[in-house]
Design a protein around this ligand. Structure first.
Ligand SMILES: [Zn+2]
Length: 98
């Protein structure tokens, strides 16, 4: 019976100690890095804030961060699209000009 009572007291105590150790480690781990990392909204990779561009997107005033690589990729995609559209317009308009 005594063992049972000790057991009942010890289990929450051990769980509490473990939780205290885990939370202390987590707090120390969070405090260590000086650089705040943010996730890029497109590639979901983490970058320091100075490497990201913040933009308000949509009607809910949500701010998204975009990394340089993704911005460049968007620019290239847009350029390719515009060029493709211009080529299509040329091929359509050319027979009309002749
Ligand atoms: Zn990105």
């Amino acid at each position: 019976m005594i063992f049972f009572i000790i057991w009942i007291i010890c289990i929450p105590l051990v769980i509490w100690i473990v939780l205290q150790i885990v939370s202390k480690r987590r707090a120390a781990g969070e405090a260590e890095p000086g650089v705040q990392l943010e996730e890029c909204a497109i590639c979901h990779e983490e970058f320091p804030m100075e490497a990201l561009l913040e933009k308000e997107v949509g009607g809910y005033s949500r701010v998204y961060c975009f990394c340089g690589d993704c911005i460049e990729q968007l620019h290239l995609e847009y350029q390719a699209k515009v060029e493709h559209r211009d080529e299509e317009n040329k091929t359509i308009s050319e027979p009309a000009n002749l």
